[in-house]
Design a protein around this ligand. Sequence first.
Ligand code: HEM
Length: 153
Amino acid sequence: MANTQTDHPRISSARPEMTQAIMERTGLDQAMLTNLVHSFYGKIRTDAVLGPIFVSRILDWPPHLERMVSFWSSVALMTGSYHGAPVPAHAHLPVTWVHFERWLALFRETAVEVCTPAGAAHVIERAERIARSLNMAVENATRTAANAIPLLR
Ligand code: HEM
């Protein structure tokens, strides 16, 4: 059936009405998020600070990019398509807030390049919130590991 309400094609979502409303409000859609993820990790891979951390851990990029598109589809459009666990994937990385700041700088730059202004604001706000909570998870894991060292002596 033709979609008469909007230019956006309907996408598979656990909450189709909510997803549709966000797409209309922000201009985001699956193609824009796919472009965002691919362009962003293109920059990450060649970045002097973050590149080596990603390149040494992600050996097969197509599945990672696919996972990240479904992550952003879940986070930005509430499709429910991502079923992973970001916290354990980051908790033991050799990173501090400086790395998250760099990650966010590249993400903001890419979002502004590939998304509508409202779409960029929408994904940037969510990225900032998630970066803060992942950084806290890294700090907690580091603190727990440091506290455990005397017990090992
Ligand atoms: C210092 C910044 C960051 C670094 C160095 C980093 C690095 C990584 C690496 C190496 C992986 C692959 C882990 C694995 O497969 O074993 C990964 C996965 C992932 N990252 Fe990050 N990341 C950073 C920030 C972020 C932020 C801010 C977000 C979200 C806004 C994010 C979302 C994810 C997600 C969803 C996965 C997939 C987790 C899974 O389902 O397995 N990352 N990241």
